[in-house]
Write a protein that binds this ligand. Structure first.
Ligand SMILES: [Zn+2]
Ligand SMILES: [Zn+2]
Length: 144
């Protein structure tokens, strides 16, 4: 499976099991991504090859996080020592559609109001007329 950052400078291939994904709600991940939670999947470090090396941010004394210093995409998490695994962000995979969450981590910091949003109104990107007009004018096609 492959993935990378938004601008395409950092790319990776890895072996990931889409059934082994999870949401991390811990405050470190909230701060590192700007999200209310982050979707991760655990992979073996040895199975992961970077083409276009990521930058690494030492987010705590025990962990570091790969990201792209050009576009800012958060790409994962790993312990500095003592693990042969790392996490990659589900949203950075080229095709994240097959991933399903298996559990919550960092449950002490979960924002309950954001967990079940299935009943909220849904607006597709291509229904946002102003956005579609700007995007089409800039790129000649409709947004993905
Ligand atoms: Zn990038
Ligand atoms: Zn976390």
């Amino acid at each position: 499976m492959s993935g990378g950052c938004q601008c395409g400078r950092v790319r990776y291939t890895t072996l990931a099991d889409p059934a082994e994904a999870y949401l991390c709600h811990c405050r470190m991940c909230q701060r590192a991504t700007g999200g209310v939670s982050i979707a991760f999947v655990g992979v073996k470090t040895a199975d992961t090859e970077w083409s276009g090396e990521p930058d690494w941010y030492r987010s705590s004394p025990i962990a570091e996080r790969p990201f792209c210093s050009h576009c800012g995409t958060p790409l994962g998490f790993r312990f500095v020592e003592g693990s042969d695994k790392m996490d990659l962000t589900v949203g950075s995979f080229d095709d994240p559609a097959d991933f399903v969450p298996k559990h919550h981590f960092g449950a002490e910091s979960m924002h309950e109001a954001w967990l079940d949003t299935s009943g909220l109104p849904r607006l597709r990107t291509d229904e946002h007329a102003v956005l579609v007009e700007k995007w089409t004018k800039a790129t000649g096609k409709v947004p993905e």
